[in-house]
Design a protein around this ligand. Structure first.
Ligand SMILES: Nc1nc2ncc(COP(=O)(O)O)nc2c(=O)[nH]1
Length: 280
């Protein structure tokens, strides 16, 4: 297994959604050949991981059955792994994760942090692979109810801590765990900015942190024009690079992005400048 979690940070995780309805690139890579070509391109641009997802995680997106999800991701993962591309599987289902690992994936990226499928911890523990535990409050359109926090950073930290404890209790090794604040999942734009500004408080949990802001709607709101219309997803690349770089400077282990080259270039500047840190 690739010990990515011990890899020198920062890791750039390139997004490869093989779904017809993902919010920013839905449908573009539904064809296996196109998907594999894009995954290889992301690796060639400097992605340390290519994150393959077969079910849109967009709030309110139609769920797909496990068979469909497996059919979407396994052929792509098998070819990417065969081409030497390190792959993470973006799924909340143990069965899909197991099939993806068997096809050559080396990391499980679980937006539910293990909540959606009680079997996921066993699959990950048996595989001995890294497991990204993202903060999540369920598959739901009811964003406002789910986005109720006293202090979003303290609450996310506490809930991620619970997910970590559950993973450890299930036999997952501590050095295989990566945490993720889950930007945009049961969070308002204000919550996302508070989490971005206070990442060191999440890092106090003692685990590598993956930061996933790429092209998300809160960036569109920030960049809205005078008419109040949010910037479309295709125009959020610069803001994504900026917030990803700031997250790395604050101590993030990795960033999950669509635009790998731009991110890798920005991180090269950060490295050349001596890897300056944001004061906690
Ligand atoms: N670990 C992790 N995984 C994720 N998977 C999907 C999305 C939704 O974005 P997409 O539809 O562009 O993939 N965001 C995350 C995230 O923030 N963190």
């Amino acid at each position: 297994m690739t010990d990515l979690v011990r890899a020198p940070a920062p890791v750039v995780m390139g997004v490869l959604n093989v779904t017809p309805d993902s919010f920013s690139d839905g449908g573009r890579y539904a064809d296996v050949g196109a998907a594999v070509a894009h995954g290889v391109r992301l690796r060639d641009e400097g992605a340390g991981l290519v994150d393959v997802g077969g079910e849109s995680t967009r709030p309110g997106a139609e769920r797909v059955d496990p068979e469909t999800e497996v059919a979407r991701v396994v052929p792509v993962i098998r070819e990417l792994a065969g081409a030497g591309v390190p792959v993470s599987i973006d799924t909340t289902r143990a069965r899909v994760a197991a099939a993806a690992l068997a096809a050559g994936a080396v990391v499980v990226n679980d937006v539910s942090g293990g909540l959606a499928d009680p079997d996921m911890a066993r699959v990950v523990a048996d595989a001995g692979c890294p497991w990204v535990l993202m903060h999540w409050r369920g598959h739901s359109r009811r964003m406002t109810e789910l986005a109720a926090y006293d202090d979003v950073v303290a609450d996310v930290r506490a809930e991620l801590g619970q997910r970590v404890e559950a993973a450890l209790a299930a036999g997952v090794a501590a050095d295989r765990i990566v945490i993720d604040p889950g930007l945009g999942f049961a969070k308002t734009a204000a919550h996302n900015w508070q989490l971005s500004a206070r990442l060191p408080e999440l890092l106090e949990l003692g685990y590598p942190l993956l930061f996933g802001a790429s092209r998300k709607s809160y960036l569109g709101l920030l960049l809205a024009g005078p008419d109040g219309v949010p910037r479309p997803t295709g125009g959020r690349g610069s803001a994504t690079v900026a917030t990803s770089l700031l997250a790395v400077a604050a101590g993030a282990w990795g960033v999950r992005v669509h635009d790998v080259r731009a991110t890798v270039d920005a991180l090269a500047v950060w490295q050349a400048t001596g890897r300056p840190r944001l004061a906690p």
